[in-house]
Design a binder for this molecule. Structure first.
Ligand SMILES: Nc1ncnc2c1ncn2[C@@H]1O[C@H](COP(=O)(O)OP(=O)(O)OP(=O)(O)O)[C@@H](O)[C@H]1O
Ligand SMILES: [Mg+2]
Length: 495
C-alpha cells in the first residue's frame, strides 16, 4: 500500500461506504460528509448539501427539531442509535436507522459529532409481511386443529344421537298416541332432532359432512332461498335479491348452500336491530367461478371479531342467542365445495360476506349418489339385509328397524365378520357403516361387490371423504342420524 493511500485511508473508507455518513460541529454545521450522504439527502429532499450548511435547517419544519435533538445528544457525548422517518414525502420518506457518536480531539474534548445512517424501509416492510404471513399460518393451523377436533367429537356424538333417535322411534311405535308417556318420548325426540342439527353444522365446519355435491343452477337455489330468508326477517329490514348468475351452474350441495344463505341472513338480521337492508347478489367471477355476496347495513365487525368469526363457538351474542356455529357452517361448506369465503366489514360500515364457488358444466353427474327418499318403504318379505357397523347400539337400531319392517337381518361388527357371513347367507342388500376401525367402509364395499357384483350397498355415515366413494358403483349414502322412514325407503330403493 502506497504512503499516499495510507494517509487517506479513512477518507477512502468513508467515501466508499454506501451508507450516508456526515460530521457536524457544535453549531450543527456540516464539517464533512461522504458521497452517499450527498446522494441520499438529494433523494429524500431534492437538495445537494454543502459544507457549512446548518444541517437541521435543511429539514422540513416538523422534522427539524427531531434531527436537532439527536445531534445535540451526540454533541453531549452520547453514543446511541435511533429509528426515524425522515424525508420530504413528495420525494421519498424512508425509515432510517441512524447511529450517533461524538468526535473527540487528542485531549478527549468533544469537537463535534457524526452519524452513520441506513435506509431500513425494505427490511421493515419485509418484517411486517412476514409477521402477517405468520399470523395467517397460525390461524390456518388453528382452524385445522379445531376442525379435526370438532369433526371427531361430532362423529362420536352423531353415533350416540343415531342410537337415541332410533330407540325413541322404536319406543314411539310401542306407545299409543294417547298414552300419557307419549309426550315425553316426543319431546325427547324433538330435542334429539335439535342435537342432529347442531352436529350437522359441526360436521359441515370440520369438512367431514357428507355433501351431495353436484352441478346446480346457482340462481335457482338462491331464488328458493329467498322465501326462506323473507320469513326470517322482520319488516324493518328491506330485502333485495340481485341475481346475476344467469344460467351458470356451480358445484355445490344445494341444501347446504340454502342453509349458508340463511345463516348469513340471520347474522345480518342480528346486526341490524333497528332495521336496514339485506342484499344478496350473484354474479360471475372470472371464467371459472361464481360469487354470492350477502351484505348488510348493520353494525359491522371489528378486525378482531372478523378474524375469529368463522371459528366454531365464537359468538359475541348473549347466552342462548347464538351458538357461534353459523359462519363455521358457511366456511366449512364453502371450503368443502372447493370454494372460498371472504369477510369484508368494519365497525359502522356494515358487512359483506362473499362465497366464491366453482363453476360447473351444466349436466354434471353427481359425485356421489344421493339417497332417493321418495321411494315408499315396502314390506321386507323376509329379504336379507347384511348390516355391518362397529357401533353395537347403532347396529341394534338398524337391525330392529329393518326387522320391524319384515326384513331378515344378519349383523356383523366389522368388515371381516361381514365378509365371512357371505359363506352362509346371500344378502339382498348390504348396509355398511363407512367409518370403521380396521377395514374401512369403502374397502368392505369393494370386497362385497367383488364377491357379489349385483349386491346393492347402502353406506351409512356422517363422516367421510366424499371422493373415497367414487370407485364403488351403485353405492348410496345415508347421512347419520336419519329416521326409520329414510332408512326403509333407502333400502327399498336400493333393492
Ligand atoms: N353480518 C354480520 N354483522 C356483524 N357481525 C357479524 C355478522 N356476521 C357475523 N358476525 C359476528 O360473528 C360472530 C359469529 O357469527 P356466527 O354466525 O358464526 O355465530 P352467531 O351468529 O353468533 O351464532 P349462530 O349463528 O350459531 O346462532 C357473531 O356473533 C357476530 O359477532
Ligand atoms: Mg349466526
Amino acid at each position: 500500500m502506497g504512503a499516499v493511500v495510507k494517509d487517506k485511508l479513512w477518507e477512502i473508507i468513508g467515501q466508499s461506504d454506501r451508507s450516508p455518513i456526515c460530521a457536524f460541529d457544535h453549531d450543527f454545521r456540516l464539517i464533512g460528509f461522504n458521497q452517499a450522504h450527498s446522494d441520499e439527502f438529494f433523494r429524500i429532499y431534492g437538495y445537494r448539501v454543502e459544507l457549512g450548511d446548518v444541517f437541521p435547517d435543511l429539514f422540513l419544519p416538523e422534522q427539524a427539531p427531531i434531527i436537532r435533538g439527536f445531534m445535540a445528544r451526540a454533541l453531549g457525548g452520547e453514543v446511541f442509535s435511533v429509528v426515524e422517518e425522515f424525508g420530504d414525502p413528495s420525494f421519498d420518506r424512508p425509515y432510517w436507522e441512524i447511529w450517533y457518536a461524538p468526535l473527540r480531539d487528542e485531549a478527549g474534548d468533544i469537537i463535534g459529532a457524526f452519524h452513520h445512517a441506513q435506509d431500513i424501509s425494505a427490511r421493515l416492510r419485509l418484517q411486517v409481511d412476514l409477521s402477517a404471513a405468520q399470523d395467517a399460518l397460525r390461524q390456518a393451523q388453528k382452524m385445522e386443529a379445531v376442525g379435526q377436533l370438532t369433526g371427531g367429537i361430532a362423529h362420536d356424538f352423531n353415533n350416540l344421537l343415531m342410537a337415541i333417535v332410533g330407540n325413541l322411534q322404536l319406543l314411539a311405535k310401542r306407545i299409543p298416541e294417547d298414552h300419557p308417556g307419549r309426550r315425553f318420548v316426543d319431546s325427547a325426540a324433538s330435542a334429539a332432532d335439535k342435537g342432529s342439527k347442531l352436529t350437522s353444522q359441526l360436521l359441515a365446519f370440520s369438512r367431514t359432512q357428507k355433501l351431495s355435491i353436484r352441478s346446480v343452477r346457482l340462481d335457482t337455489v338462491l331464488d328458493k332461498a329467498r322465501e326462506l330468508v323473507r320469513t326470517a326477517l322482520p319488516p324493518a329490514i328491506a330485502m333485495d335479491f340481485v341475481l346475476g348468475g344467469q344460467d351458470a351452474c356451480v358445484l355445490t350441495d344445494p341444501d347446504q348452500l340454502e342453509l349458508a344463505i340463511l345463516n348469513l341472513a340471520l347474522n345480518a338480521r342480528d346486526a341490524m336491530p333497528g332495521g336496514g337492508e339485506l342484499r344478496v347478489e350473484s354474479r360471475a367471477d372470472g371464467p371459472d367461478h361464481l360469487l354470492v355476496r350477502v351484505s348488510d347495513t348493520g353494525t359491522g365487525m371489528t378486525a378482531e371479531v372478523a378474524r375469529q368469526a368463522i371459528e366454531p363457538f365464537f359468538t359475541t351474542k348473549e347466552r342462548g342467542k347464538g351458538t357461534g356455529l353459523g359462519l363455521a357452517q358457511v366456511y366449512g361448506f364453502v371450503t368443502q365445495c372447493g370454494g372460498a369465503l371472504r369477510i369484508d366489514s368494519a365497525p359502522g360500515a356494515g358487512s359483506t360476506i362473499a362465497m366464491r364457488l366453482k363453476r360447473a358444466e351444466a349436466a354434471q353427474t353427481p359425485v356421489v349418489e344421493a339417497v332417493d327418499c321418495s321411494t315408499e318403504p315396502v314390506d321386507g318379505e323376509g329379504r336379507v339385509v347384511l348390516v355391518i357397523d362397529d357401533d353395537s347400539s347403532v347396529r341394534a337400531v338398524l337391525a330392529e328397524t329393518l326387522k320391524a319392517a319384515g326384513y331378515s337381518v344378519v349383523e356383523a361388527a366389522d368388515g371381516p365378520e361381514g365378509l365371512a357371513k357371505l359363506d352362509s347367507v346371500k344378502p339382498d342388500v348390504a348396509v355398511v357403516d363407512f367409518l370403521m376401525p380396521g377395514m374401512n367402509g369403502d374397502e368392505v364395499g369393494r370386497r362385497l361387490q367383488h364377491a357379489l357384483p349385483q349386491l346393492p350397498i347402502l353406506f351409512v355415515s356422517g363422516y367421510y371423504d366424499t371422493l373415497a366413494l367414487d370407485g364403488i358403483s351403485g353405492a348410496a349414502v345415508l347421512r347419520k342420524p336419519f329416521d326409520d322412514r329414510t332408512l326403509l325407503s333407502a333400502v327399498a330403493s336400493a333393492l
